[in-house]
Design a protein around this ligand. Structure first.
Ligand code: SF4
Length: 472
């Protein structure tokens, strides 16, 4: 697999799912770029297979395909207009593939959920069929986790567009680079990212990522209501936030003021724990409501890294600088690339250990280095965090990224903090399990898991939940 940038692992987009929303969206965008110019497209149909078919409705795969066909990008689509845009498409049944060409497209007829079929390359498969100048063109696409897409027959190696000064595929290689150059992990990542773009551009992009995370937490902490999808899950972050906010604090009207108010508080362990949960719940409630989030490394797990970073900013260090925040996100992303290269970040391939487990490992390493831990301790923290997520299943109730996903992010964040503290207090030379060992184990566990527990909603909580679901 070719090099992976920080900005491949951390991406601004919308909820609820990176593999089921962002991936299909990107596949349609790439398909449009290739085929849109070929000639007159007369007919278009998208077939969904495997996990994309089984949980695609709950994960808004059809909405993502429609918005991509309408020409929107996940990073910039006006989230508050999505409902209206979809209503207009359902009524008008036409999309504009180019500025001068509109074709008939009825989402109810032209997006087909093939529940009992799978494509050979990955559990998240889709076929885009178009009739162009009278001839049918069909191409298979795979959403391979975290918003990455792969066209059938395409090697991931072909996407390598740069030569990195410090390429890493394993934690051992990462450690060797850091020892050879006396780097922290963040130093190594900054050096690698310079192969793609200027330092200033990287700085601007990573701060945009942080601001999106921060704004998302603020929105989630101040928005009440019920989540869409029919499960009628009540949003909890705002109630928890109200209970946690001290009597003498009126939350600022902007996310920036809100963060600076929180930074000035001294609070006890129990309150810190509740705040971390509150931050994670806030992000994942926004994600479930198709809000603007950062994929980190997936949407289902998008609350873990912001919650741990916010914990660091508000409750650990005084006067955290932008550089510290950028370094934190760079370290987190680098750890995520190791899992992507050696195992998976796709729940359809590896269950929730590949989503919340990986995000917890990413956050644990970042928090450890941010608190002055050595490279060895940061890798140890990532190992501990993943070790205790091994085998975690993906079983979203009704295919919605709500139960167990929202709470699970709070668990992943708290485990990351605990893992960082254990590593900071520990001696990596005495550790008996390395990060590479645990990544290999996670990969083997993923391969051995039943498909029922890999984002199909055919097992686990998805079939055993005993709460009564109200009528829609
Ligand atoms: S259970 Fe985990 S992996 Fe599955 S959709 Fe929810 S957050 Fe993602």
């Amino acid at each position: 697999m070719g090099p992976i940038s920080v900005f491949d692992m951390l991406k601004i987009g919308i909820g609820p799912s990176s593999s089921h929303t962002l991936g299909p969206w990107r596949a349609i965008q790439r398909w449009k770029a290739e085929f849109g110019a070929l000639g007159a497209i007369e007919k278009l149909q998208v077939d969904l297979y495997g996990s994309l078919a089984l949980t695609g409705k709950g994960h808004c795969t059809d909405t993502a395909i429609c918005l991509a066909l309408l020409g929107y990008d996940p990073a910039t689509v006006p989230v508050e207009e999505i409902t209206v845009l979809m209503e207009q498409l359902r009524d008008g049944k036409r999309v504009a593939l180019t500025s001068d060409r509109r074709i008939a497209f009825d989402p109810a007829r032209d997006i087909i959920f093939r529940m009992s079929e799978r494509l050979p390359g990955h559990a998240n498969g889709m076929t885009i069929r178009a009739v162009i100048d009278g001839a049918e063109h069909a191409s298979n696409w795979y959403s391979i986790g975290g918003g990455f897409v792969q066209r059938e027959g395409e090697s991931l190696d072909t996407v390598a567009d740069v030569v990195l000064p410090h390429p890493t595929t394993t934690a051992e290689e990462l450690l060797a680079h850091c020892r050879a150059h006396d780097f922290r992990i963040a130093d190594m990542v900054w050096a690698n990212e310079a192969a793609w773009r200027s330092q200033q551009e990287s700085r601007d992009r990573v701060m945009a990522i942080w601001h999106t995370m921060r704004d998302c937490m603020y929105r989630g902490c101040t928005t009440r209501g019920t989540l869409p999808g029919g499960l009628h899950v009540k949003r909890r972050a705002a109630d928890l936030h109200e209970r946690l906010v001290p009597d003498d604090m009126t939350p600022g009207r902007t996310a920036e003021k809100w963060v600076s108010q929180l930074c000035r508080r001294t609070i006890r362990f129990k309150e810190v724990m509740n705040w971390v949960s509150c931050f994670a719940l806030a992000v994942n409630e926004e994600n479930a409501a198709l809000g603007r989030v950062v994929t980190a490394p997936t949407n289902g797990a998008s609350g873990v890294i912001p919650a741990v970073l916010m914990y660091f900013v508000c409750f650990v260090e005084q006067d955290v600088r932008d550089q510290d925040i950028a370094d934190f996100l760079f370290v987190a992303a680098e750890i995520g690339t190791l899992f992507k290269k050696r195992a998976t970040i796709s729940a359809a391939a590896g269950g929730c250990q590949a989503e919340v487990g990986v995000s917890s490992a990413m956050a644990a390493a970042a928090l450890t280095e941010a608190q002055g831990g050595t490279v060895e301790q940061a890798l140890m923290a990532a190992e501990i965090a993943m070790e205790h997520h091994l085998g975690l299943t993906c079983d979203p109730v009704q295919g919605l990224v709500q139960i167990p996903c929202i709470e699970r992010n709070s668990m992943g964040a708290l485990k990351a903090i605990n893992a960082a503290e254990l590593a900071l207090a520990g001696n990596p030379a005495e550790a008996r399990v390395s990060l590479d060992d645990v990544i290999k184990t996670m990969d083997e566990t993923a391969r051995g898991m039943s498909d029922r527990y890999k984002e199909t909603s055919e097992g686990g909580l998805a079939v055993n939940i005993s709460v009564r679901v109200p009528e829609c």
